[in-house]
Design a protein around this ligand. Structure first.
Ligand SMILES: *[C@@H]1O[C@H](CO)[C@@H](O)[C@H](O)[C@H]1NC(C)=O
Length: 314
């Protein structure tokens, strides 16, 4: 409790959208519906893939991990956001803010790497179908998963501890929807120059590079798709590709704009909108475009559904 002696701030206040008091009710309703839809969609995916043995191949096991991530990631952000929207002055303790920042970095970052691993998986399957079983063998698959999860434990620990080692001497109002790094950094009363340099290089290395690799693999996939002889097959593959690209671009684009320069000149409203894009919108879109459009997932879902109905009528 040395920190409390050093600095006068012991808790933060999350402002959320308190500058739009007339919208708070509507926003609460919309975010609640989005959260419940995201939760339900991802839990369905987790249950279907876990129960259906035929889906235990890299593509679906990646999707299973992605859904576990989305559930955890949104659980770290949205309930707190709903509290902020429904109370006059939503306070959050140092420890609460620390854990929220940690979870956002850990789950959000792991998602960055996982989406990269999934793009690599699709690229190998579509562009090198004959070598695919060798390229994506069990050991490579496991290594990709472990790397995605473990590297972000280190990043999240370093970054969160660094931000919270700065003194906070007031004001304690976070003008944002969650305890994200840039918003909390605004309140630090110390020179944050080295942290900003770290954030800049870190974001390029661990967010921008995976994003560029994903774009590159989709370009290669698009070229492979153009060679498909049948028109309908080409169209379907193309629309799948386009929807993946949209979600990936929304997620990485807004995250890069936010984290590349934590003290950038965007207005608080712009920062909140960008944050909503990767905290709320892409977790809602991902189950829809990666799994629920997928015909094998649909078949597995119907199969489980029928089995359940049979059990009930029995
Ligand atoms: C990710 O997927 C692998 C699949 O083999 C599984 O063993 C692991 O438990 C999953 N991780 C999470 C957190 O769901």
């Amino acid at each position: 409790m040395k920190r409390q002696n050093q600095s006068s701030v012991v808790e933060f206040i999350l402002l959320g959208f308190s500058n739009y008091p007339e919208l708070q009710g509507q926003l609460f309703g919309v975010f609640l519906v989005i959260y419940l839809a995201t939760f339900t969609g991802n839990v369905i995916i987790i249950v279907v893939i876990s129960l259906e043995q035929s889906l235990h191949v890299p593509l679906y096991l990646f999707l299973l991990n992605l859904s576990v991530l989305e559930v955890s990631y949104t659980a770290a952000i949205v309930p707190e956001m709903l509290v902020t929207l429904s109370t006059e002055r939503a306070t959050i303790t140092f420890a609460g803010c620390y854990s929220q920042m940690y979870c956002i970095l850990f789950f959000g970052g792991t998602e960055c790497f996982l989406l990269g691993a999934m793009a690599y998986d699709r690229y190998s399957a579509i562009c090198h179908p004959l070598n695919y079983p060798v390229i994506m063998n069990k050991s490579v698959f496991k290594k990709l998963l472990i790397f995605s999860w473990v590297s972000w434990i280190v990043v999240a620990t370093v970054q969160t501890t660094w931000v919270f080692s700065f003194p906070f001497c007031g004001p304690n109002e976070i003008d944002h929807i969650s305890c994200e790094t840039p918003a909390v950094l605004e309140l630090a009363c110390a020179d944050t120059y080295f942290f900003e340099i770290y954030a800049f290089t870190g974001t390029i290395l661990i967010v921008l590079v995976p994003f560029l690799l994903i774009l590159l693999s989709y370009v290669r996939i698009l070229f492979a798709i153009l060679k498909i002889p049948s028109n309908t097959g080409r169209q379907k593959a193309f629309s799948t590709c386009a929807s993946h690209l949209t979600s990936v671009t929304l997620f990485y684009g807004t995250a890069i704009m936010t984290y590349l320069q934590p003290k950038s000149g965007y207005s608080p409203d712009t920062k909140k909108l960008m944050s909503l894009s990767y905290s709320l919108l892409t977790p809602l879109l991902n189950p829809l475009i990666y799994s629920l459009r997928n015909s094998e997932m649909k078949r597995a879902f119907l199969k489980l559904w029928r089995r359940k109905v049979n059990l009930h009528t029995f």
